[in-house]
Design a binder for this molecule. Structure first.
Ligand code: 86X
Length: 480
C-alpha cells in the first residue's frame, strides 16, 4: 500500500508502526504539530476523548469524596528544591520562567512538572488537627516536562493534560485503601471508556516513584508488542509529610505525621487507545469516546430523489439524537465510496446508509467500523437497536483486546524461554527473586525488557534469572 497515489487514505499499514500512527493522528484530525518539538495541538476530535474521560473519572472520584481545586502553574524555585531527594533525578526536565519583559525575576519560577511542591506547603498550613483529615484534593491541569527522549504524540509529549490527586489521611490503612481504589478506578477508565484491558500491579523498588513507599500501576500491552504504563497511584507513606512539615494533633492532642497518596492519569491514554484498536483503514474507537458515533450517508442515485432521501435522513438523525447519540450526516458531493473511506479513517464506530430502496423497505443499512458487520435495521427499531449495536461494538473491542493480551502472554521458567518470548514480542509472566541485580540482568539479557509490575507476592518456584527462591510473580515486556 505504501506509495499509493491516494493522499486521503492511509498509505502505511499497521506493522510500519510509527508511520501508521502519525498518519492516523493527522488524517483522523486528532493532532496538529507545532513549532515546538514535543508540543502538540489536541484538535476537537481528540480533546473530546479527554473530556469524556475527564467526566467519567471526575464523577467517580467526587462520589468517593475527592474535591477539585486549582493550584498555580508557576512554582518558585525555593519550593521546588524543598524536597531535594525526589526532585534530584528530575531537574533536567524542569522548564523555567526567568524574566518578565526584559527584567530578570528575583526568583526563577518553574513551570509545574507535577504539583507536590506547590500543594504541600498549603497542606502544611491547612492541616492542624485530625478534624482537618482526610484532605483529598484533585486538579485537572497541564504540566510540562522537558523530556529528551524522542517525543511521540500522546505517549510522550513535553506538555500533557492530566489529573493529579493528592490525599492526606490519619492512618496508613486509609491511605493504602485509597491507592487501591484509585487503581481500580483507572482500570475502569480503560475498560469502560477505552475498551482496553489492563494488568494491575505494583512497581518494583527500581521502577517505583522514588518519593513513594510503593507505586501501584495499570499496564497495557499494545499490538506493537510493547507494554505501556497506563496510570499510577502512589502510597507516599509519611515521606512528604516530613519534608513539607505536614502534621496534625490527634484525639489525644498528640502530634502525628499523616499518611499521603498521589495519583495521576494523562492524555497518554488517548494514544494507548489509538494504538490498541486502530487498523490499516485508520482510527478505531469505542463509541463511548467517539465525538461522532454515527455517520449517516445518504445514497442518492437520482437528483429527483434527493429531497425525499434527505428528509428521511434528517428524521433519522433527530430520532437518534433523542437517544443522546452523537450523529452526523455527510451531505457533501463526494461519492458514497469516498465517504465510507473517510469516516472509517476518522474512526466513526457506526455508519448508516440510506437509499431509495431502504425508504421503500422502511429500513436503513448499518455497517460497523470495528468488524465490517452489516445489518439492516427497521426505522421503527432504530432507537432501540442502534444503542445496542454501539454497546456490542464496545464489548467486542474489549473482548478482542483481551484475547490479544491472553494470546500474547507467555509463562516462562528460564532465561532461554524468556529471551525467546521477548524476541517474539510477547508479554511474559514469570517469577522473580526480588533482587535488584537479577532485575537489571533480566533487562540487559533481553535487550531492554523491563519488569512492568508485580502481581503476586507468594509465588511457588524459582527466579527466572537466578534460580533463587521466587518472591514475586511479575510481568515483563519491552515498553514505551
Ligand atoms: C513523579 C509523582 C506523582 C502526582 C504522580 O506520579 C501522580 C501525580 N505526582 C510524579 N515525578 C516528579 O515528581 C517529577 C518532578 C519533577 Cl521536578 C520533574 F521535572 C518531573 C517529574 N516527573 C515525575
Amino acid at each position: 500500500m505504501v506509495g499509493k497515489k491516494d493522499t486521503k487514505g492511509l498509505t502505511a499499514e499497521k506493522d510500519e508502526l510509527s508511520q501508521w500512527y502519525t498518519q492516523i493522528l493527522q488524517k483522523a484530525e486528532l493532532i496538529e504539530y507545532t513549532d515546538i518539538s514535543g508540543a502538540y495541538i489536541l484538535r476537537p476530535r481528540s480533546y473530546f476523548i479527554w473530556e469524556k474521560v475527564k467526566e467519567y473519572f471526575d464523577d467517580k472520584i467526587k462520589k468517593d469524596g475527592v474535591r477539585n481545586a486549582s493550584f498555580p502553574l508557576l512554582i518558585p524555585k525555593s519550593n521546588l528544591m524543598k524536597e531535594k531527594q525526589h526532585i534530584e533525578g528530575f531537574t533536567p526536565e524542569v522548564a523555567w520562567v526567568t524574566k518578565s519583559g526584559n527584567t530578570k525575576l528575583t526568583e526563577p519560577l518553574a513551570i509545574r512538572p507535577t504539583s507536590e511542591t506547590i500543594m504541600y506547603p498549603a497542606y502544611s498550613k491547612w492541616i492542624r488537627s485530625y478534624r482537618d483529615l482526610p484532605l483529598r484534593l484533585n486538579q485537572w491541569c497541564n504540566v510540562v516536562r522537558w523530556e529528551f527522549k524522542n517525543p511521540i504524540p500522546f505517549l510522550r509529549s513535553r506538555e500533557f493534560l492530566w489529573q493529579e490527586g493528592h490525599s492526606v489521611f490519619e492512618t496508613k490503612q486509609e491511605a493504602e485503601k485509597e491507592v487501591k481504589t484509585i487503581q481500580d478506578f483507572y482500570e475502569d477508565v480503560y475498560k469502560e471508556m477505552y475498551a482496553i484491558p489492563v494488568i494491575k500491579g505494583r512497581k518494583t523498588e527500581k521502577e517505583k516513584f522514588a518519593g513513594a513507599d510503593f507505586t501501584l500501576t495499570v499496564e497495557a500491552f499494545l499490538p506493537s508488542g510493547k507494554a505501556i504504563q497506563g496510570a499510577t497511584s502512589h502510597m507516599l507513606g509519611q515521606n512528604f509529610a516530613k519534608a513539607f512539615d505536614i502534621s496534625f494533633l490527634d484525639k489525644n492532642e498528640k502530634k502525628q505525621l499523616p499518611w499521603q497518596t498521589s495519583w495521576g492519569i494523562t492524555t497518554r491514554t488517548i494514544g494507548v487507545a489509538i494504538m490498541m484498536h486502530s487498523d490499516d483503514k485508520g482510527l478505531v474507537l469505542s463509541p463511548k469516546i467517539a465525538e461522532t458515533q454515527i455517520i449517516i450517508i445518504p445514497i442518492i442515485p437520482k437528483k429527483s430523489e434527493e429531497s425525499k432521501i434527505m428528509k428521511k435522513v434528517n428524521e433519522i438523525k433527530d430520532k437518534l439524537e433523542k437517544e443522546n447519540l452523537r450523529v452526523d450526516i455527510d451531505d457533501s458531493n463526494n461519492s458514497p465510496g469516498f465517504k465510507f473511506n473517510e469516516w472509517e479513517m476518522k474512526g466513526v464506530p457506526l455508519r448508516i446508509e440510506l437509499g431509495p430502496r431502504d425508504i421503500k423497505d422502511n429500513q436503513v443499512m448499518t455497517a460497523r467500523r470495528d468488524n465490517k458487520d452489516k445489518q439492516a435495521v427497521k426505522i421503527k427499531d432504530l432507537n432501540k437497536t442502534i444503542p445496542e449495536i454501539l454497546e456490542k461494538i464496545h464489548q467486542s473491542l474489549y473482548t478482542k483486546a483481551k484475547k490479544f493480551l491472553k494470546d500474547n502472554t507467555i509463562e516462562v521458567k528460564n532465561m532461554k524461554e524468556l529471551k525467546q518470548a521477548i524476541q517474539e514480542k510477547k508479554i511474559v509472566k514469570t517469577s522473580w527473586s526480588g533482587n535488584q541485580d537479577d532485575e537489571e540482568a533480566i533487562k540487559d539479557e533481553t535487550g531492554g525488557a523491563k519488569i512492568l509490575c508485580i502481581t503476586d507476592d507468594n509465588p511457588k518456584g524459582k527466579c527466572v534469572y537466578s534460580n533463587k527462591k521466587a518472591q514475586h510473580t511479575v510481568f515483563i515486556a519491552k515498553s514505551y
